[in-house]
Structures are given as C-alpha cells and as structure tokens.
Design a protein around this ligand. Structure first.
Ligand SMILES: C[S@@+](CC[C@H](N)C(=O)[O-])C[C@H]1O[C@@H](n2cnc3c(N)ncnc32)[C@H](O)[C@@H]1O
Length: 280
C-alpha cells in the first residue's frame, strides 16, 4: 500500500538511530524535563522506530498515538514494539509497555495524513513527531501542518528528512545523472501533491517561524561503510528504481551504475532533523 516494507524499515533502523542529531535530541529532552507524563503523536510511524529512538529521552509516563495509513505496518509496529519492550500487554485498543523504567501506552491509528491531519491532532498532544516522512509531503501540506500544530501549541520534533546530498565511494561516472534523476523522482506526488523532497526541512523551518515558533535544525547523515553493505545494496536498488521511473537516463547507464553501486565501499546520505517549539 505505502511502498515501505517492514523489512526495509528494519534494515534502516540501526543507521537511523546512529544518525539522529544528538544536540536536537538533547534539546528535546530538555524541553520536557521534569514532566511526569506526555502525550505524543507519531506521524507515518511505520513499525515504531521513532518511538524506540525517543522513549528513553521522555517522561516516565508516555501516551503515544502511532499513525500510519498502512495496516500491515501498524500490525508490524504492534509486534515489534512488544518484542522491544521489557514487558507489555494489550489493554483494549492499547498496548501497555514498560521499557527501561518508562511506562508507555501505545495506540495505533490507521489514517491518511493527506486528508485527516486535523482529527489526528484533535487530542492536543504535547509533542508531534515524525521520522523520515516530510520529504514525501507537499509544500502546501507542510504549511497546513505548521498551522495545525501551532493551533495546539505542540512541540514538533522530526528526524531524518532527506536533504538531497549523496556521496558514494568510489565515484562513478553516472553518479550525478542518477542523483539528479532521483531528485526529480523525489518531487513526484507521494499522495500529498508534488512532494517537497530535499526542500522539506527549509519549508518546514520557514512555516514554523511564520507561526511564531523557535526553530532549530541539524544534520543527521547516514555514514555507511562495509558494516552496512545490505543497506547500501538496497539504497542502490531504490535509487536505480526511482531513476528508471523518471525515464531521464538510458537503461544501460542505470544498469552500469547499479552494478557498481551494489558493491559500493561507502556512502553518505544527508538528512536533517528539526525541533520547533512555541516561542517563549
Ligand atoms: C520512510 S517511512 C518512515 C517510517 C518510520 N517513521 C521510520 O522512521 O521508520 C514513511 C512512512 O510514512 C507512511 N505514510 C506515507 N504516506 C502516508 C499517508 N498519506 N498517511 C499516513 N502514513 C503515510 C508510510 O506508510 C511509512 O510508514
């Protein structure tokens, strides 16, 4: 349904966790320090990687709503989180987990963010968060999102938004062409209108400043070497698939690039994280 498999999300999770910008994570922790409980909405949750990355930084009692349009990913999230927790049990619609001294209640909500954002935020969460989502959405949606989050005066923390930079080692003659085609593919419609792609963080930053928020962003690149060869291979496959779909590059060039890139020694993929809070 969404084009993101649980297998792909599991493959990227360790790289995502290692890449998150540590200063912004520390600032997120500081904003809510002293709070006993928090309500949090995670948009485009996949299998719950964002919860697993943030829970240790947040209050002793956490109520999470995990939102995705893909029911298979929501089912995988329920399973993955149950395995991740020190202990846990379902309670009605909720999953009640304990992990490292935190009590975490999780609800799962199947919804389309393109059309159902306002009702999703109706409960006025303290924190709205999302990982690896915003490059998929449109600039218009980002403006509406900022207005909606600010209506609730919620904090926004987002991680791992693709920023358009890629460095592959060793270099290949088709790198620039394939990356340009990948960027063209990035701005195609992913269900929200033409996507913001690598411009998403800049648009988000301006939109949140315009509604009176203090905003900080910071880099969270994947720096992948031989220990991440499976992820490098999947990135190469995904890049080639996207480039092929644009029709901008001869098939022979894509094939030659893919053959070399499957075995690339290293690559760096740029992301940005962002933290926005109502001005004090
Ligand atoms: C790149 S994945 C990131 C998943 C997760 N946040 C993570 O970091 O592993 C993007 C997620 O957004 C979800 N998504 C995409 N379009 C959506 C929409 N219109 N409504 C709700 N979820 C959507 C996908 O199903 C997928 O789980």
């Amino acid at each position: 349904m969404s084009g993101f498999s649980a297998g792909w999300l599991a493959l990227r999770e360790p790289a995502d966790q290692a890449a998150r910008n540590p200063e912004l994570l520390a600032s997120l922790e500081a904003i809510f320090s002293g709070r006993k409980s928090l309500s949090i909405v995670d948009l485009g949750c996949g299998t719950g990687s964002n919860l697993r990355a943030c829970a240790a930084r947040l209050a002793p009692f956490q109520r999470w709503t995990l939102v995705d349009h893909d029911p298979a990913l929501l089912a995988a999230a329920r399973e993955t989180l149950s395995r991740w927790a020190d202990s846990g049990k379902p309670s009605g619609e909720e999953l009640r987990l304990r992990r490292d001294g935190k009590q975490i209640a999780v609800r799962f909500r199947q919804a389309d963010l393109a059309t159902e954002l306002a009702p999703i935020l109706d409960g006025s969460p303290d924190l709205v968060t999302a990982a690896a989502l915003f490059d998929l959405v449109s600039p218009v949606w980002l403006e509406k999102f900022a207005a909606e989050v600010s209506r609730h005066q919620a904090v926004l923390y987002t991680a791992l938004t693709y920023d358009g930079t890629e460095r592959w080692t060793p270099v290949h003659a088709a790198d620039q062409d394939v990356i340009a085609a990948f960027h063209a593919h990035q701005s195609t419609d992913k269900g929200f209108g033409p996507a913001a792609g690598p411009r998403a963080t800049a648009i988000l930053e301006a939109a949140f400043r315009a509604v009176g928020y203090e905003v900080r962003s910071g880099p969270s690149p994947w720096r992948l070497g031989p220990e991440s060869s499976a992820l490098i291979r999947e990135l190469a496959e995904g890049g080639a698939r996207a480039a092929r779909e644009t029709g901008l590059i001869p098939e022979a060039s894509i094939r030659a690039w893919l053959e070399a890139r499957r075995e690339a020694a290293a690559c760096e993929i740029g992301h940005l994280d962002l933290l926005a809070r109502p001005a004090r």
